[in-house]
Ligand binder design. Sequence first.
Ligand SMILES: [Zn+2]
Ligand SMILES: [Zn+2]
Length: 218
Amino acid sequence: MLAFPHDTHTHTVYSDGVGGIADNIASAEEKGFSLLGITDHSHYLGPRSFNRYVREVKRWGEESGITVLAGVEGNIVPGGTDVPDWMVEKLDYVIASVHEWLDEPGEYVELVKAALMDENVDVIGHFGANFPHIGFPSNEELKEILELAEANGKAFEISSRYRVPDLEFVKECVRRGIKLTFASDAHTPRRVGDVGWSEKIFLKAGGRKEDLLFGDLL
Ligand SMILES: [Zn+2]
Ligand SMILES: [Zn+2]
C-alpha cells in the first residue's frame, strides 16, 4: 500500500484510452486510492464532448467514495499550450506536456519555459520523457526551468510510465517548494494507480505530504 495513494494522470475513451470514466474510478477505488484525476488529451474534445466529459467526471466522482478531479492533458506549443480558456474555467487542473518530435533538448526547454509562463497550466507532464532520444539539457537550462516553476507556482508530475523526472530533479523540486504529483498516465483501467515508481522517487527525494500539489486532499 502506498503512503500517498493518488494518481493525477489517466486517460479514457474520451481520448486515446480504452476504459470509461467510471471504469478508471472503479479501478482506483479497488486499489484503495483516495484521489484520482481524469485527464484526457484536450485536442480530442470539442465544446459538446468536453461538457459531457466534465459532467461525467463530476457525476461518477460524486457517486464514488474517493476524490475525483477533472483535468485535461494539453499539448505544449510555441508560446504556451493549446488548451482554450473555456475549458480551463471548468477544470480542476491542466497538465501540459511536450508531444511533438524535436531534434534537440534546447527546443524542448524553450517549449517547457513557455508552458511555465502560461497561466492556464498547473502541472508539467512527463518532463524529460524524450531526453534519452534528443539529448539532455545543460544544468544551466534545468536551473532556469526550476526557477521559472518556482516563481510561477507550477508543479511537475512524477511519471511512472516514463520514469521521469530523475531523482536529482525531484530533489531540487522538494528543496525549492515546487509541488509534485504522482502519474500513471494509464490508458487502460487496469493500469490506473500504477504509480509505485513515482512514490519511490518522491520518498527518496525527501518528499512529504506538503510537497504534493493535492496533499490537502489526501
Ligand atoms: Zn503525454
Ligand atoms: Zn497522458
